[in-house]
Design a binder for this molecule. Structure first.
Ligand code: NG6
Ligand code: CA
Length: 501
């Protein structure tokens, strides 16, 4: 072999190894929207708002129609997404206040720690809402444990939610841009000093609450909980999407030469819905529509950043949401009056907080140009399956006893198989079970409707059974017609629950 032949063989060899490596260890970006419903994107049928960037991700990838967040609210869904375990097994995995201690202990295997063990550089940017510290966090000191103790190399966080104090970003272990001379105090017990609140001083508000959300005022918006101090660190809601997206792009730029995992947990489209001025007229639906446009812009910036770094081909993008949609979630933001014909949960019944499909069935898109062929898939999958599926992809091992509810559905995720899982638990205030096309909702005495949000919650003292293949909107309860199926699904659910320790 002469030198030229040798060099070209060597080049071909290194190309093959490079693409083989990329085939097993693509960069992974999970764009996780908040409260985005099954009908909120144009690629899922919305017409009053356009989402061209997310549609592009869907067009080039697999768009799923039966993927579920583990629960109908944020904290339990994110707990399951990261741990691969149903949240009903974890005491306290419910919507957390902004001063809650860390829910996931450092000994746990998570999506991030698993990928880190496979050689990934990992980051979470955006909404956390899984607790920080050991209780009684001092926001003026180092905050631990947190994401850095469960597998993330770096983080830039909204500690809880946009509508909960503290309204500051946490960068790694510290509040970002905090002036030590103006320390932060946070309380969920009662007002601090004689600070203005939404309840006392509605004249100071630019966005008024419709229910709850009448405590400390930050940036003209009253929140859940009380805080004082930290003036230089307070976020500006109008700039939040820009700030988080800039952080995400910087992470991509800094890590372009090695495999990375970015969990990009947007604030959009949660309340308070306060988009940047650029999106003030994006739709005729007012702020709720405009924050969908803003979310789409965030996704577009990620795509641009991948293109700029020539990473598009070898990056696996996952796009989803943490629970179904809600229209009025606590602020007077015209969401109801300007909704028009838009159906945030598409054809599904219920929404955020609900046991009906609208609670957990959410948009879910997988895009990976190097490997995934575009298509649409009806495979039944839970977001908690990502842990074992991505472990299978990257060759990572999961210690015994961890990610116990996660199933490896990698072939379905890559669009190579239509088969997802058979059984999947859906969690709201009580549990429901999917067995293929069948949906069983356990009897419960809870309220039928959330009066604040006007959501049908799916609670009923009688068992409910729906055949989603002919009744996606869960209108005809077949429980008395199919008592045997009710019994077998009840038993199957009891068995899954019984595995709880
Ligand atoms: C509820 C809030 C709601 C939202 C939700 C959490 C009230 C009356 N409602 O308690 O506005 O913050 O918690 O949303 O306070 S989630 O997407 O993080 O689960
Ligand atoms: Ca949510």
């Amino acid at each position: 072999m002469n030198r030229r032949q040798f060099l070209s063989t060597a080049a071909a060899f290194s190309l093959t190894t490079a693409s083989r490596a990329a085939n097993q260890r693509p960069n992974i970006i999970l764009i996780y929207a908040d409260d985005l419903g099954y009908g909120d994107l144009s690629c899922y049928g919305a017409s009053n708002v356009r989402t061209p960037n997310i549609d592009k991700i869907a067009r080039g990838g697999v768009r799923f129609t039966d993927v579920h967040a583990s629960a109908a609210t944020c904290t339990p869904s994110r707990y399951s997404l990261l741990t691969g375990e149903y949240a009903f097994r974890m005491q306290g995995a419910r919507i957390l206040p902004g001063d809650a201690p860390a829910l996931i202990q450092p000994s746990r295997t998570t999506l991030a720690s698993m990928l880190k063990s496979a050689g990934y550089r990992t980051s979470v940017i955006g909404k956390w809402h899984l607790g920080l510290g050991n209780g009684n966090v001092d926001w003026n000191k180092e905050i631990a444990p947190g994401p850095l103790d469960i597998g993330f190399d770096e983080c830039f966080l909204i500690p809880a939610t946009g509508d909960r104090v503290p309204c500051v970003y946490v960068e790694n272990r510290k509040v970002s841009k905090l002036d030590p001379a103006d320390p932060i105090t946070v309380s969920y017990k009662g007002p601090l000093d004689d600070q203005p609140t939404g309840a006392k001083n509605p004249e100071l508000l630019k966005v008024k609450p419709s229910h709850g959300h009448d405590m400390t005022i930050v940036n003209g918006i009253s929140r859940i909980g009380y805080m004082k101090g930290g003036k230089t660190a307070l976020w500006k809601d109008e700039d939040m999407a820009d700030t988080l997206t800039r952080q995400a792009m910087s992470f991509i730029d800094r890590n372009k030469t090695q495999p990375f995992f970015l969990y990009f947990a947007t604030h959009d489209i949660h309340v308070p819905r306060v988009p940047n001025q650029r999106f003030a007229k994006s739709t005729k639906m007012g702020p709720r529509g405009n924050v969908i446009a803003e979310l789409d812009w965030c996704a577009g910036e990620i795509l641009k950043s991948l293109d700029r770094n020539k990473l598009t081909r070898d990056t696996l993008i996952l796009f989803s949401s943490d629970n179904g949609a809600v229209v009025d979630d606590g602020y007077q933001d015209d969401a109801i009056t300007k909704l028009g014909t838009h159906k945030p949960n598409g054809p599904l019944r219920g929404g955020k907080y609900s046991r009906f499909e609208g609670g957990t069935r959410v948009p879910f898109i997988v895009n990976w140009p190097a490997r995934v062929k575009p298509g649409v898939s009806g495979a039944l999958i839970g977001q908690l399956d990502l842990v074992r599926s991505l472990a299978a992809l990257t060759g990572a091992t999961i210690p015994a006893g961890q990610a116990s509810d996660s199933e490896n559905v990698l072939p379905a995720l890559l669009g190579e198989s239509k088969a997802g899982r058979t059984l999947l638990v859906e969690q709201a205030d009580s549990l429901a079970l999917r067995d293929g096309q069948w949906k069983f909702i356990t009897p419960s005495k809870g309220a039928k409707v959330n009066a604040n949000t006007n959501t049908e919650l799916g609670a009923d003292p009688e068992p409910q059974l729906y055949d989603l293949s002919s009744d996606l909107g869960e209108r005809t309860n077949l429980a008395t017609k199919h008592p045997d199926r009710v019994k077998s699904m009840q038993e199957a659910l009891a068995k899954i629950r019984g595995a709880s320790q």
